[in-house]
Design a protein around this ligand. Structure first.
Ligand code: IPE
Ligand code: IPE
Ligand code: MG
Ligand code: MG
Ligand code: MG
Length: 293
């Protein structure tokens, strides 16, 4: 179903990783801090967020060089979010992207600081190497990461009592935790490339729904998949008594909720009717829908 998406994702991975290394090396960060940042950045990962930004760039017919700093900054903040998510104080996960988590390969103090540096240096990349519309995109990029975005979602994830978790509350948590970075990768990328507000808004609606679906699928996989396949430990949510969509309403109903979100995500793309790249975003949506089948 998502053959074209998967083919293009694979084709872009190596190039994105070259840029990630280039920007990290260009920052001349010394010693163990550089090592820990590089360890987590180079550990693999699907590179979905940079890829979505690249697709948006193609969709808008803008030169590829314009998007690469922005695409890599997204992967820097995403990697920061994963390093901190795995810490003993958060999800206490020892395996990430098929390798020991940053705090296991290095030390907890170093992992915290490597996350801090990846977060802040994402902005170094935008400021020092970026030539997009910083002001317009900042509204999406910075907001997606901080106290009004992913970090806020993680706080809700850590603090909302099990007894208060309903599907509505989970939508709310998942929106901040996960959709926000997908919004930065699509609507934010379009803003960086000076797209029209109507295009930016359509991408925001797309990513908001696809992001919630992505997190529900991730939560299903935490129950149904294997550690080998995911490169991270399955059963992690149960071990932490996390109430998720599948624990709350079961796997089948969760899959139906994913389908519903994906339909909404695809409907938002009508703003791009006639654009040949629209199909790649639709296939990304199909990929999210099929992820936990
Ligand atoms: C994992 O994201 C974190 C969630 C939002 C569920 P990804 O599944 O995109 O992780 P990587 O980048 O491929 O490792
Ligand atoms: C975390 O969700 C999303 C982030 C903001 C990092 P999870 O805790 O389910 O992500 P995984 O399963 O550890 O990748
Ligand atoms: Mg978590
Ligand atoms: Mg986790
Ligand atoms: Mg998970």
């Amino acid at each position: 179903m998502a053959d074209l998406f998967l083919k293009l994702l694979k084709a872009e991975k190596e190039n994105t990783e070259k840029y990630l290394k280039f920007y990290l090396d260009s920052l001349h960060i010394p010693g163990v801090l550089h090592e820990a940042m590089y360890y987590s950045l180079s550990a693999g990962g699907k590179r979905l967020r940079p890829f979505l930004a690249i697709v948006v760039c193609e969709m808008l017919g803008k030169p590829r060089e314009l998007i690469m700093p922005y695409a890599c900054a997204l992967e820097f903040v995403h990697t920061f979010s994963l390093i901190h998510d795995d810490l003993p104080a958060l999800d206490n996960d020892d395996l990430r992207r098929g390798r020991p988590s940053c705090h296991k390969a290095f030390r907890e103090d170093i992992a915290i600081l490597a996350g801090d540096a990846l977060n802040t240096d994402a902005f170094s990349i935008l400021f020092e190497f970026g030539e997009g519309n910083l002001k317009k995109a900042g509204r999406y990029f910075a907001k997606a990461v901080g106290g009004r975005g992913m970090v806020l979602g993680q706080i809700y994830d850590c603090t909302i009592p099990e007894s208060e978790r309903t599907t509505e509350k989970l939508d709310f948590i998942n929106y901040y935790k996960t959709s926000e970075l997908f919004i930065a990768a699509t609507a934010g990328a379009a803003a960086w490339l000076d797209a029209d507000d109507s295009q930016i808004n359509a991408l925001e609606e797309f990513a908001s729904n696809a992001g919630i679906a992505f997190q529900i699928s991730d939560d299903i996989l935490d129950i149904t998949s294997t550690t080998e396949k995911l490169g991270k430990k399955v059963g992690s949510d149960a071990a932490l008594n996390k109430v998720t969509y599948p624990t709350l309403i079961g796997i089948e109903k969760s899959r139906a909720a994913v389908v519903e979100r994906i339909e909404k995500a695809k409907a938002a793309l009508s703003a791009f009717d006639g654009n040949s790249w629209k199909n790649v975003l639709e296939q990304f949506a199909d990929y999210v829908m099929d992820m936990a089948k």
